[in-house]
Design a protein. Structure first.
Length: 236
């Protein structure tokens, strides 16, 4: 149990990575957005913590090697976009076979279903952007968009927009906090701060849901095409 909690703790990762923390953050963001098995890795909390510990005084006070803020500002959005593009490519290339596997400790089909419902609820463009702010969904959204045949060029445009806004906003906020809060007190603000950030990141989605529920429902127009991930005759 402790080992699992450590995997979710951004300060644990930054401490373990030591002098390679900056590179480690880039790798984790790529894996969390591009590899299905990376869904359990910290995303929002890691970005905020990385921004906080890019402040030299805070990092030294916590016994962590200071992270390079310029490298984070440039490298993390690139890794976030590249990881999502990989996920979309794999989804488009292999289709539902990516998800045609039994549930295990590292794979739950409910994550795929949740991402699919998210895609249908908000539409391709909004779903790709908003999913960035929803843990687990942001990992599975990319291959799901590929399986559901969202054009690669269109996915790339909204992937870049969502990736840059997500990464840079959390990094900048963390960096701001790191420079404003007393280094001796920073550990008391990390968890509450991360929780607040995650809560704030959900606000656009909450507003979108409320907006859609209040909007008058139009009669469904048959199009002959739907977004559901196809299943094989003997599949689930």
């Amino acid at each position: 149990m402790d080992s699992l909690l450590n995997l979710l703790d951004p300060t644990w990762w930054l401490t373990i990575l030591g002098a390679f923390a900056t590179i480690g953050v880039l790798a984790i963001i790529f894996a969390e957005t591009g590899l299905l098995l990376g869904f359990f890795l910290p995303g929002d909390s890691l970005l905020v913590a990385a921004g906080i510990f890019s402040s030299g005084s805070v990092a030294v006070g916590m016994g962590i090697e200071p992270l390079s803020f310029p490298v984070l500002l440039i490298g993390t959005p690139l890794c976030a976009v590249a990881g999502a593009q990989l996920g979309h490519f794999l989804g488009a290339r292999f289709g539902r076979r990516m998800f045609d596997k039994p549930d295990s400790r590292l794979f739950k089909r409910e994550h795929v279903v949740r991402a699919e419902e998210f895609f249908e609820k908000f539409g391709p463009a909004k779903a790709v952007v908003l999913a960035r702010f929803v843990p687990i969904v942001r990992t599975f959204m990319n291959p799901v968009a590929g399986v559901l045949e969202m054009p690669a060029k269109r996915f790339f445009v909204w992937n870049v927009i969502g990736g840059v806004v997500w990464v840079e906003s959390l990094l900048l906020l963390g960096h701001f906090l790191g420079n404003k809060v007393d280094p001796k007190q920073i550990d008391k603000f990390i968890l509450p701060g991360v929780f607040l950030i995650v809560l704030i990141s959900l606000i656009p989605i909450i507003f979108e849901v409320i907006k859609r529920r209040r909007a008058p429902k139009a009669a469904p127009v048959p199009t002959g095409k739907h977004h559901r991930i196809p299943t094989s005759p003997d599949g689930p």
